[in-house]
Design a protein around this ligand. Structure first.
Ligand code: FPP
Length: 249
């Protein structure tokens, strides 16, 4: 298997990506924003394929935020159409390559036709073991936390747990990403230095990699660069270098 100079045993388990810059990519070329999003689907395919080939277990893609509902109606409709076609077209490949699809976010706001194909693909791919691709659609990190608080408050109210029993693992288990480990690496394309209401609870010690490349230009080589950079990082999780060297903790 091609490893592109990466160390096999130091790959991230979970990569999350904020796919930004489709609009600017299109504007630079005198194309419509939708053409930028369409071009962006190629980068989605490339990143899923490389992640799967490398043995990365989880790939989370921020495809549509709760705030994106405020965009012009035409752009939203175009994006939803793209998503629907993409999911229809890619099902066979997902099955062949062992991709398990999951979705997080408020699916009730998605058009029925998108929900249908999304649910269909999630169901059919549920036993695949190659890689889990988590699509964040109509997702908001803060809403995820609000929903989690509500669920735990309900458990307290109905006597299923005491307030003193609430701990980090209980909160984590009740977020939308539940059993999925926190991302090791968060990539943002398009150069903006912010999280944009993506994972908030999930990224306390996630390594951040921000590239000015627009999402449609984020090719395989760019992804490998991000992974190589990740492998150069020293992850201390609050400890000192000396502690890490001595293998303490
Ligand atoms: C941000 O770029 C991108 C989005 C809001 C949509 C991302 C969607 C895709 C990559 C295609 C469909 C997704 C899948 C999973 C098939 P932007 O429009 O904010 O770009 P800008 O900052 O340059 O305006």
């Amino acid at each position: 298997m091609e490893l592109y100079g990466l160390e096999k045993n130091r790959l991230p388990t979970h990569v999350a990506i904020i796919m930004d810059g489709n609009g600017r990519w299109a504007q630079l070329r005198g194309k419509t924003r939708l053409e930028g999003h369409r071009e962006g689907t190629n980068s989605v395919k490339t990143t899923v394929e490389i992640s799967r080939d490398l043995g990365i277990r989880y790939l989370s893609l921020y495809a549509f935020s709760s705030e994106n509902w405020n965009r012009p109606h035409d752009e939203i409709a175009g994006l939803m159409g793209l998503l629907e076609k993409f999911l229809q077209r890619e099902l066979d490949r997902m099955m062949c390559e062992g991709v398990r699809l999951m979705a997080i976010g408020d699916r009730t706001r998605l058009p029925a036709s998108v929900r249908r194909v999304l649910d269909h693909n999630i169901y059919l791919t549920r036993h695949n073991t190659g890689i889990t691709v988590i699509l964040a659609l109509s997702y908001s990190g803060r809403s995820d936390i609000v929903q989690t608080v509500r669920e735990i408050a309900w458990k307290v109210k109905t006597g299923q747990c005491e307030p003193g029993e609430i701990d980090e693992s209980m909160i984590a288990a009740n977020t939308e990403t539940g059993s999925i480990p926190d991302p090791d690496l968060l990539i943002r394309t398009g150069g903006e230095m912010r999280i944009s209401n993506f994972f908030l609870w999930q990224i306390p010690y996630t390594e951040l990699y921000i590239t000015p490349k627009f999402w449609p230009d984020f090719c395989g080589q760019e992804y490998i660069q991000a992974l190589l950079e990740f492998q150069r990082r020293k992850r201390r999780f609050g400890k000192t270098d000396e502690q890490l060297l001595q293998g303490l903790g």
